[in-house]
Design a protein around this ligand. Structure first.
Ligand SMILES: Nc1ncnc2c1ncn2[C@@H]1O[C@H](COP(=O)(O)OP(=O)(O)OP(=O)(O)O)[C@@H](O)[C@H]1O
Ligand SMILES: [Mg+2]
Length: 212
């Protein structure tokens, strides 16, 4: 089982939105997916309660993360962890237990600066888990602007951490689909948002396959 965390202690950067859409995309590809919501606000867990199917498993979890991952390991291909904005301990444990951590960052210099806390946390986690891979993901960007391109270069060079080629744009589809607990790939199959999530999923699978 591969473990993927979404982490950035800067709130509102799109962690929950991305983790939900990624979980749904992988499940639609017939992967066995369990998603852990470790945020006590339970926003991603609760957003998914309106679903009437069991495409994938969603669990609200605030402690014993390592033990739970061990228990779920035999039954799933992927565990995705949505982490809270402020609880450093939960974020640290989630990241240390992961194969890959994705750090969504919004397209603003202020957000790039406040991501430092999380970059430092991840670098400390790599001492305990040297195999941990980490990538930035530009999130909620304004499409078709040069801002994202310049900020991507700044982000990568400031923190010496790679950035995913895929970028997640600010799109109504991400909000609308969640009214129904759905992902953009289910509700807007041929839409630009679905293309972004497909690209993200493929890029992540490629990164994880490098381990094999
Ligand atoms: N790509 C997007 N396009 C449009 N709206 C988005 C997008 N991503 C997130 N949002 C909206 O931005 C807000 C914050 O998103 P989300 O809850 O996913 O972020 P978060 O990082 O999980 O926040 P928190 O740190 O509070 O847990 C929500 O209202 C969400 O609907
Ligand atoms: Mg969240």
């Amino acid at each position: 089982m591969k473990v993927i965390s979404l982490a950035n202690q800067k709130g509102g950067c799109g962690k929950s939105t991305i983790v939900i859409n990624l979980a749904i995309n992988l499940a639609l590809q017939k992967k066995r997916v369990v998603m852990f919501d470790t945020d006590p606000q339970k926003s991603s867990y609760e957003s998914l309660q309106v679903r009437e199917d069991s495409l994938f498993n969603v669990v609200a979890l605030y402690s014993d993360i390592y033990q739970n991952l061990e228990n779920y390991e035999p039954y799933y291909d992927y565990a995705l962890i949505d982490t809270p904005p402020h609880d450093t301990e939960v974020v640290t444990v989630s990241v240390v237990c992961s194969d890959l951590v994705i750090i969504p960052v919004q397209d603003s210099p202020l957000d790039i600066r406040s991501t430092k806390v999380t970059v430092d946390l991840i670098n400390r986690a790599k001492v305990l888990n040297p195999d941990l891979k980490s990538y930035f993901l530009l999130s909620r960007i304004q499409p078709q602007t040069i801002l994202a391109k310049e900020l991507a270069e700044i982000l990568e060079s400031k923190y010496e951490m790679p950035i995913l080629n895929t970028q997640i744009s600010n799109r109504v589809a991400y909000k609308y689909s969640l009214i129904y607990g759905k992902g953009v790939c289910e509700m807007f199959n041929n839409d630009a948002a679905a293309t972004e999530i497909n690209d993200l999923s493929n890029e992540i699978l490629n990164i994880l396959q490098l381990d094999i």
